[in-house]
Write a protein that binds this ligand. Structure first.
Ligand code: AMO
Length: 439
């Protein structure tokens, strides 16, 4: 039987070390990575990094100094010592009289200098070594914004009566367009990686009325752009019993506001570390019709879609005239939206679709959808598309799907704009693109 005194000292997180300010001399145990060693004459400062932040350890004894010499940066260690107040240390408390226990062999020096306040490597090197680049506190902080946003997304929708679903990623037919679909060999038959959960979320409206999904979407994007990935995280929403796409826009507004609120609640330290400018979400996001959007962007009235430069112009206009980081464009030409988009009944040239532009980049696409089986059959025929690959999907409409609509948010585009990343890859954990499938 072990006595209480032989119990190992419980772990203290770096961020909680500050709570020892009134307990100088108390024993503490940290667990983390050796983030940085600074040797001075007769003593060393060792910075320990754990999931909560950084802590300073002061090493003076010859034994501990010799130990620290052996342990390279990034070696995971246990440190047992005593708390001591020091205004210069993070949180005002440091650890003194330490002994170190290496939890692995000494780490090999990583190719990215993680101990520097900012990463000096260029983007290709950062991506080549993503498995260690993400250990840098600034990189971690970017993902903390994404993680908090995901929490806010789910929390908002859970509270509004949505059910979380997961749809298959191996599918029989392209959902968006045939152009950028990855083909796979499915037991000798052709199949595809899902470009979106579009058909499944619509079919599941027939089950749950309101659904959402957080999952990967695959697009064989043929171009190397700063805003496209071959695999991205799609935050999908679909809801039934709507009047039109404006009901969908109402949910979108609340979801984005919920994501922002969760960032403030759960990732305040990351926001501060990054100096990120987290947007305010207006109670009513400004909405312009596609025709008006072309005018604002100085584009020709017969343009079928908004180009990236047009989106940037609209973003700047929204900031200037409405002091908003967001602008909604509705009523895109029906012929240039996906076949499942609902036309405006009085003027079917225009659709009940929309895009949300955030800081000058398309963040969200959405729409009211067709919900009558005959409308799908007619639309597919009119577009010269075959019916057969869509049979399972179309059957759902035969058996009764209410008026519905939804949208999808691109997670990486969201965090990219939050931190003003020049390239979406900077905020993607392990990006996949034309040239990259590892790490
Ligand atoms: P769409 O194809 O416009 O719509 O995609 C929705 C959102 O997903 C993000 N996105 C991407 N992000 C990174 N790399 C890519 N290659 C990429 N492609 C798209 C963008 C975009 O706004 N089914 C519809 C959504 C719906 O109507 O519900 C769809 O997929 O942020």
């Amino acid at each position: 039987m072990s006595s209480a005194s032989s119990e190992p000292l419980p772990r203290t997180l770096a961020a909680d070390l500050a709570s020892y300010a009134d307990k100088p001399g108390a024993p503490v145990r940290l667990s983390g990575w050796i983030h940085r060693r600074r040797r001075l004459s007769g003593l060393s400062f060792v910075v320990i990094r754990d999931r909560s932040g950084l802590a300073q350890v002061v090493v003076r004894s010859p034994e501990a100094l010799a130990q620290v010499e052996q342990l390279g940066e990034e070696t995971p260690v246990d440190v047992v010592g005593r708390a001591s107040t020091n205004a210069q240390a993070p949180g005002g408390v440091e650890v003194v009289e330490p002994s170190f226990l290496a939890l692995t062999d000494p780490a090999v020096t990583p190719p990215i200098e993680l101990w520097r306040p900012t990463i000096s490597a260029g983007l290709p090197a950062m991506l080549d070594h993503a498995q260690v680049t993400w250990r840098h506190p600034l990189q971690q902080a970017k993902w903390q914004l994404a993680a908090a946003s995901l929490h806010g997304f789910r929390r908002t929708l859970d509270a509004a009566g949505f059910t979380e679903v997961h749809s298959p990623k191996l599918v029989e037919s392209a959902t968006e367009s045939g152009a950028n679909v990855f083909g796979v060999d499915y037991f000798g038959r052709p199949a595809y990686l899902a470009q979106s959960p579009q058909f499944y979320k619509q079919m599941l409206v027939g089950v749950f009325e309101r659904v959402y999904e957080v999952g990967p979407a695959f697009r064989a994007e043929p171009h190397d752009t700063v805003r496209h990935l071959a695999e991205y995280v799609s935050l999908d929403v679909e809801l039934g019993f709507i009047d039109d796409h404006r009901d969908v826009i109402g949910v979108l507004r609340d979801v984005v506001a919920g994501m922002v609120a969760a960032i403030h609640e759960r990732a305040a330290a990351a926001v501060e570390l990054l100096g990120a400018d987290i947007p305010e979400v207006p109670a009513d996001i400004p909405v312009v019709h596609f025709r008006e959007a072309l005018e604002i962007a100085g584009a020709s009235a017969d343009e079928p879609d908004l180009a990236p430069a047009h989106e940037r112009a609209l973003g700047a206009w929204a900031k200037q005239t409405h002091d908003s980081d967001f602008i909604l464009v509705e009523g895109y030409p029906t012929a240039h939206r996906a076949f499942y988009s609902h036309p405006e009944p009085d003027d079917p040239h225009w659709s009940r679709s929309f895009d949300l532009i955030f800081r000058g980049i398309e963040l969200v696409s959405g729409a009211q959808r067709l919900h009558r089986h005959d409308d799908y059959v007619q639309t597919l025929k009119a577009r010269g598309l075959p019916i057969e690959p869509y049979t399972g999907y179309l059957d759902a409409f035969k058996h009764g799907i209410p008026p519905h609509g939804g949208f999808a948010i691109g997670l990486e585009r969201w965090t990219g704009r939050l931190v003003e990343a020049e390239n979406i890859r900077e905020v993607t954990l392990f990006p996949r693109d034309l040239h990259r499938i590892a790490p």
